[in-house]
Each structure stands twice: as C-alpha cells, then as structure tokens.
Design a protein around this ligand. Structure first.
Ligand SMILES: [Zn+2]
Length: 351
C-alpha cells in the first residue's frame, strides 16, 4: 500500500475524526478497509471471495464459513460500541505521552473505570507488529530497572515493582538515535541477555555494551561485539557515564514517562505492555501527524489475534474461478453498498 496520507487515509485532527466516525457503521467500514483493502479474504484459508451478510458479517464463497471484520481482533466480543473504541483509540494514540485510564474515562464520558482500563490494556497489547524486523547496524545494549515508583520506598536502590529491562538502541551516523527495543529480563545473566540480543538484533550487527560479563560471548552468536570498558574510559579521562549515550537517553526518558511509572504500579502482572507502549511512541517520535499513530494502532489492531495477517498473506493465492453469489442471502459487497463518501474508500476502489 502507498504511504498513508493525513486527510485521505486517516483523520488529520480531532475535527476530521469526529466527522469521519459518527456511527458504529462508519467505524466498521474503516476497519474493513484496513483489514481487507483488496476485498474480503477468508480467515480460515486465506482465500479471497465472500458475500456480505445482512448483519454486516461475511460468508466465504469457498468454505461457507461466516465471519466478521472484528472476528479475532481486540474489538471482538466486547460490549463497548465501536464508536467508543475509536474515540478511545484516538485519545490513546494522539496523546503525546498516552492517556491515563481516569482521564480517558472523563473524556469519553462513558463506561466504568474498569471498562476504560481494559480498553487501554487491549490497545497496548497490539502495538508490537507480529514478525517485526530486528534492529541492524550499530546497536547499543544495556539493562536497567524501569517501572513503578512505590510511595514509601526511598533511596536510589529501592526497586519496588520495577522491572529489569533490556534496552537496545540503534545508533545513527554521524549522530542521533534510531529505533529502540525493550523487553523485561529475568536477570542480568548471559542466559537472559543473549536471547534478548538475538531476539531484537540482526546477526552481523555491531553490539556496543559496557564491560559487564553477561554480554561476553556475543561474538560467538554472530555479532561484532564492541565492549566499552568503564575503567579504560576513566583512564582515557573520558566520562564513563557517556559510554552508551543512546540507551542511557532512552532509559532516562522511560523512567520519566508518567504512564510508565503509573502502569508499573498498577499493571505489574503484565509489564511488557507499558514497555511496548513506550517503544511504540519513541520509535514514532518524529511522526508529523498524530493521526498517523491512530491509523497505525487500528491497523495493528485488525492484524492481531487468532487470524494473523502474515498467516493470511502466506496462504494467499489467486482464485481461478470468479465466485458466484449464494442462492439464499447476501450480495456481492460492490452491489450491496454504494461507495461511502469516505476518502479512504476512493483509494481502495482505484486499486
Ligand atoms: Zn473460507
């Protein structure tokens, strides 16, 4: 798909958002476009061809199974109307640092705190794209404690419910930081740090670390290992704290991130979720439009779940015979519905 554009593929600002998504049907239409930009694809076997049913669902012309655009996504089987989900998603995505559940509850003027909290939780859970690529090039790696600052604990060594977190940061030439990855670690041993590196960094990359022994042996896993010794830096009269500027910058941002500390206290059962939200926002910090993040979250939301997009793409092959409509009910989507007056529909109908 072409690069998404503000005002065409996603709303530019709150005014656009409100005009585009007045009803649940508007929202469903948008999700359908995101999930099946080239028309319906059966989630069971990944083949195209199906008929829209009266209730807004689809029936596959191949296997006859019925499904809906929301099946297998975070929107499936929730009582919350889709328009409320969209509003939650808009505020979640466009808030510079995200949005706390209590503020979102006030903004939406609907639902209980628990409902709103659960929505945010589900939105966070889709932020990591299945099968996303690993970082490459020159990558700094370090580990640090991030998370809940508990009242009553004092002093720099009080960890509370903090989570030991691995951080990998891409370093750009001549200067600046690229993308980052974060994940909780069981401990700072090689048995935890090496899988973290292998899970997030392409072999052949250069990994820059401090002298900690948990990083020894990375060169045997296919990496170039640049160990920056603190002692050597001190001997060279350099500041040892500046050996890994990328990961240290990201760690300090994550520690100051308001939702990180709040969620760390509330959400200790599922720590990766708020790390994922931080990484999602950090990696899109140069996005020109906040609406772009809204589009991205929804796009991720419809490819997550039991029927994953990569599985569908892997199984996809062209249909030899054009489908014929079922006798009893349903219509080809093109006959059933005139193209709605929505900019993204004009895009999809041309391609
Ligand atoms: Zn099917």
């Amino acid at each position: 798909m072409e690069r998404p554009r503000a005002g065409t593929h996603y709303p530019k600002a709150l005014g656009d958002f409100q005009a585009w998504f007045r009803t649940d049907a508007d929202c469903l239409d948008y999700l359908e476009w995101l999930r099946w930009p080239g028309g319906f694809i059966c989630p069971s076997r990944g083949l195209p061809g199906g008929w829209r049913l009266g209730d807004g669902g689809y029936q596959c012309t191949g296997c006859g199974k019925r499904t809906s655009v929301m099946a297998g996504t975070i929107f499936d089987r929730t009582r919350t109307p889709l328009a409320v989900w969209f509003a939650a998603c808009w505020h979640f995505a466009t808030g510079k640092d995200g949005i706390p559940a209590l503020s979102l509850k006030r903004t939406l003027e609907t639902g209980s705190y628990q409902t709103v909290w659960a929505m945010l939780h589900r939105l966070r859970s889709v932020l990591i794209r299945p099968g996303r690529e690993r970082l490459g090039g020159r990558i700094e790696v370090d580990e640090t404690y991030i998370g809940g600052q508990e009242p009553g604990l004092s002093g720099g060594r009080a960890q509370g419910k903090k989570v030991l977190t691995g951080i990998a940061a891409g370093i750009l030439e001549p200067k600046g930081f690229g993308r980052c990855r974060m994940a909780p670690l069981a401990d700072a041993s090689a048995a935890s740090l090496h899988p973290f590196a292998e899970g997030h960094i392409e072999p052949g990359s250069t990994i820059v670390t401090d002298g900690w022994r948990g990083y020894r042996g990375l060169e045997k896993k296919g990496y170039l290992h640049d160990r920056q010794s603190q002692r050597a830096a001190t001997a060279r009269d350099e500041d040892p704290g500046e050996l890994l500027p990328g990961v240290h910058r990201i760690a300090s941002l994550a520690k100051r991130w308001p939702l990180g500390t709040r969620q760390g206290a509330v959400d200790s059962a599922n720590p990766p979720n708020y790390l994922n939200e931080f990484v999602f926002r950090f990696n899109r910090r140069h996005s020109r439009s906040r609406g772009m993040l809204f589009h991205r979250v929804l796009e991720l939301a419809v490819v997550h779940g039991p029927a994953r997009y990569r599985d569908l793409v892997a199984a996809r092959h062209p249909k030899a015979v054009p489908p014929t409509p079922p006798a009893r009910r349903g219509h080809p989507p093109t006959l059933d519905r005139p193209a709605p007056d929505r900019p993204w529909r004009k895009i999809s109908s041309s391609g």
